[in-house]
Ligand binder design. Structure first.
Ligand code: NZQ
Ligand code: ZN
Length: 382
């Protein structure tokens, strides 16, 4: 265990907190409000934001799509540059927040923003930004990561820099009331896999990281089991806070990380538009079965401490089956069958994307090469 840790995002959590942005954004700042396809116009969030910004000079950019594209976000970069925007306020889910992070970084660069993903440009500064979260899932509201798609080439790639860490995040669970069932389920699954990517690796001595990860997994399991009776303040608040804590840097400090499920899952989204969380549920069980020998100790620990299973020779296998059953109980499929051509062509398509993106040594041991990915995909694609 050796690490430096800070999470500098100030969180305003609870009902009615949107009004706190009035004083949280400097009064003389020119603000760009960025949002998605319009859900915030229908559920009153836009009106609350407009009211809170009454004393500010602000303008807006809308139309950020789920799995935000560089092509769309470059239009916002233009606005920031032309109008001298000082502060970006992202109002939405992970897509709007990630897209805004790209805008914040690309606006401080004269070249093509995609250079951030190819390594040609190192981000050294960005327009300050903050988030009003409307969909708990990604943790993007208080972390320094973002995932952007270049539609032209079907590339979906992440970047990370402390310069795009939100200055503050507003998390009002009431905004979740208008979320479709599908998005709430996506939130549970995405947060669950975020914990797994930082927990389900190899045995280590990080008692805090393991214990807190297990608490989050038990919460998410319970929230999933209570899905039918979810219409209450406590359920919403607990999901919102659990999803945030799953990817805010804390449980991942000083421990090994995996992230192979995410990197392979991103290709399903890029190729076939599979929802992010659903791509994870497709990849993860097959990946865990492929990696069961190296992950056996942690799978057994998870089986006991999260699912309450008894020690046995097949505990690791039972834990994977329990996870798969959990996803399926939420109506989330754990194999992909939505391809047009043959299974072999689908497997090859994902593999060639992985190769093109340099995703050839994934997992906590960098042991998932293309040959292992092929085996995983043979299981994950029906
Ligand atoms: O665009 P609008 O109209 O707002 O509708 C959105 C969108 O269609 C809707 N929605 C959001 N809040 C709502 C609402 N509808 C009704 N009521 C509300 N309160 O939900 C739809 C999906 O939104 P999206 O932002 O795409 O979902 P999510 O938060 O799951 O974000 C997914 C994106 O985040 C990336 C994913 O790859 C994907 O691109 N991730 C970002 C991460 C990060 N920055 O740390 C980590 C994750 O692993 C993930 O990769
Ligand atoms: Zn995720």
């Amino acid at each position: 265990m050796q690490f430096s840790y800070v999470n500098p995002t100030l969180i305003h959590f609870g009902q009615g907190q949107i009004q706190s942005i009035s004083s949280a954004i400097p009064a003389d700042n020119k603000v760009l409000v960025i949002y998605g396809g319009g859900s915030i116009k229908r559920n009153g969030v836009y009106d609350q934001v407009a009211k809170a910004l009454e004393g500010h000079q602000w303008t807006e950019f809308s139309g950020v799509e789920p799995n935000p594209t560089k092509e769309t976000m470059d239009k916002a970069v233009e606005i920031v540059k032309q109008q001298g925007i000082d502060f970006i306020l992202a109002v939405g889910g992970g897509s709007v927040i990630d897209g805004s992070k790209y805008v914040a970084a690309a606006s401080h660069y004269d070249g093509d923003g995609w250079d951030i993903f190819t390594g040609k440009h190192q981000v050294t500064s960005a327009v300050p930004l903050a988030a009003i979260l409307t969909l708990p899932a990604t943790g993007s509201e208080s972390n320094m990561g973002a995932v952007i798609t270049k539609a032209e080439t079907q590339d979906k790639l992440p970047f990370m820099t402390p310069h795009v860490q939100p200055k503050f995040a507003v998390m009002d669970p009431d905004v979740m009331k208008t979320l479709p069932e599908k998005q709430l389920i996506n939130g549970i699954v995405d947060a669950w896999v975020h914990v797994c990517e930082q927990y389900l690796t190899v045995a280590h001595d990080g008692m805090v990281q393991d214990g807190y990860s297990e608490a989050l997994l038990r919460n998410l399991k319970q929230l999933g089991e209570q899905f039918e009776s979810r219409d209450n303040d406590a359920w919403r608040a607990n999901l919102m806070w659990s999803a945030n804590q799953a990817l805010n840097g804390l449980i991942g400090s000083g421990v090994p990380h995996d992230w192979a499920t995410h990197m392979i899952g991103h290709e399903f989204t890029a190729l076939w538009g599979v929802d992010h969380a659903r791509s994870l549920a497709i990849v993860q069980p097959s990946l865990l079965r492929n990696q069961i020998d190296v992950k056996r100790a942690k799978l057994e620990q998870m089986g006991k401490n999260v699912f309450g299973l008894a020690q046995s020779e097949t505990l690791a296998e039972e834990t994977i089956a329990a996870m798969e059953a959990f996803y399926q109980s939420l109506g989330v499929t754990t194999q992909f069958s939505d391809y047009q051509e043959s299974k072999q062509q689908a497997v090859d398509a994902v593999l060639s994307q992985l190769e093109m993106h340099g995703m050839v040594a994934l997992g906590e041991h960098q042991a998932i090469d293309l040959a292992q990915s092929r085996k995983i995909l043979e299981l994950a694609i029906a």
